[in-house]
Design a protein around this ligand. Structure first.
Ligand code: MG
Length: 259
């Protein structure tokens, strides 16, 4: 069963989404050369406290961080620690919060200073893949169409998508039905209905699709250690244009409806 949110519940998710976006922007501004990922995580914890919200990740299946911080070849689920961010790195920040019982989940990839042109192209294409896919989150569309669009978009740019980790429904829980893979078959999967809320999150690798999980049991890295990028929004399916619930100041102007 894919939950359909009521108007009141959608209002709650708008507030949670907006806050998650605001905090993600603040953390992105905090990332700079010399900072450790542990310091970034502590800064996130401080922002959560100040805003009166809670991490949706801390303690989830035992995850030890407040947010996920993944550098360069790390794809997702990186844990803040001693790693020091360097000029030219790319840093993936995944921020999920509970605000009054509702989840806002979003992610971005920060370029630290000037990054190599091929890495910048990867970032741009991954973010574009997200904004390319969002318009498919409409009432009546098949979920497989949206998923297929992400993979096809990435492939057209010469990249591969991660298959082991997927987007998801989101609401009262961090992970609800359905799974939203970054690959799919057109015309397959459930039909989307207004009131569904989906975390759409392309994870795109510059090299091969292969993934390894490091010894900490969490950090997923590319098997070939080439860079990976990740962007995510929580999106409301509507009868018209989908609504980005985690819309934020840094969301590109080319994106769709603001919440
Ligand atoms: Mg997510």
């Amino acid at each position: 069963m894919i939950p359909i949110k009521t108007a009141r519940e959608i209002d709650m998710m708008r507030l949670a989404g907006r806050l998650a976006g605001q905090i993600l922007d603040q953390i992105a501004d905090f990332v700079r050369p010399g900072v450790t990922t542990g310091e970034v995580d502590q800064y996130a914890a401080q922002l959560f406290r100040e805003a009166g919200c809670k991490s949706a990740f801390l303690g989830y299946k035992g995850f030890p961080g407040h947010i996920c911080i993944s550098v360069n070849e790390e794809i997702i689920h990186g844990i803040g620690g001693q790693r020091r961010v360097q000029y030219g790195d790319i840093v993936k920040l995944d921020v999920g919060i509970f605000r009054e019982g509702w989840v806002g989940d979003n992610a971005t990839t920060v370029a630290v200073g000037l990054v190599a042109p091929d890495v910048q192209r990867l970032l741009t294409a991954t973010e574009d893949a997200l904004y390319h896919a969002i318009p498919f989150a409409r009432e009546g569309a098949r979920l497989g169409d949206l998923c297929w669009e992400i993979e096809n978009f990435a492939r057209r740019h010469g990249y591969s998508v991660v298959r082991e980790f997927v987007g998801h429904g989101v609401g009262r829980k961090l992970h609800e039905e359905p799974q939203v893979p970054n690959f799919g078959k057109r015309g397959s999967g459930p039909r989307l209905r207004a009131g569904m809320t989906l975390a759409i999150e392309p994870m795109v690798n510059m090299g091969g699709a292969g993934v390894q999980v490091l010894g900490d049991g969490w950090t997923a890295v590319t098997a070939d250690r080439m860079p990976s990028a990740h962007f995510e929004h929580t999106v409301l399916v509507t009868r018209g244009e989908p609504e980005i619930l985690t819309w934020r100041a840094k969301t590109p102007s080319k994106s769709l409806a603001k919440s």
